[in-house]
Design a protein around this ligand. Sequence first.
Ligand code: ADE
Length: 224
Amino acid sequence: MRIDILTVFPDMLEGFFNCSMMARAQKAGLAEIHLHDIRDYTTDKHHKTDDYPFGGCAGLVMKIEPIDRLITDLKSQRDYDDVIYTSPDGEQFNQKTANSLSLLNNIIILCGHYKGIDYRIREHLITREISIGDYVLTGGELAAAVMTDSIVRLIPGVLSDEQSALSDSFQDNLLAPPVYTRPADYKGWRVPDVLLSGNQALIDDWEFQQSLERTRKLRPDLLQ
Ligand code: ADE
């Protein structure tokens, strides 16, 4: 899968995508993550990516031309399944969205900034608008990182134990059960006996019951 991220602050994302699972996924050739600086597609000598809004309200708006030029350039090289705009106005991102996006071949994620982007971009170039939660960030970079991380880790082969993506919280609308590692007894804080029993059927049942109980207690809305 290929993800092209369009931003005026590629440095904000560079480090994130060069670490841990995101780096591993790219090195293994399972995901391609390309960062594009919108500024490179400006045509004026000051490389301006934003301007004052018509109508006189406060703040700056991202200009249409560099973004259109960048998206047009990318689209001339390959087909894209979706051109996503990160925005607090968008549909709320969740595990189901991550699952469906992870099945696509090529997507573009455009990070918004300032007051927003010229609305014509949203009308003519964007196919989907996604929010990562009901709060406002200074820009869409963190939202793009959150979405890309949760999408890429679902690509088969990215996690060393594929099961671990399947048993994630939310994957089946249940929170994950508690996990423990050695030592089995730390200062008298003991790991539940069942996990040391070696009886896989009992362990599976215990984990399922724990998931149900935690979901009922912490996120009852998921069970509805
Ligand atoms: N940009 C600013 N706030 C955002 C949010 N909550 N989700 C996605 N993009 C955003």
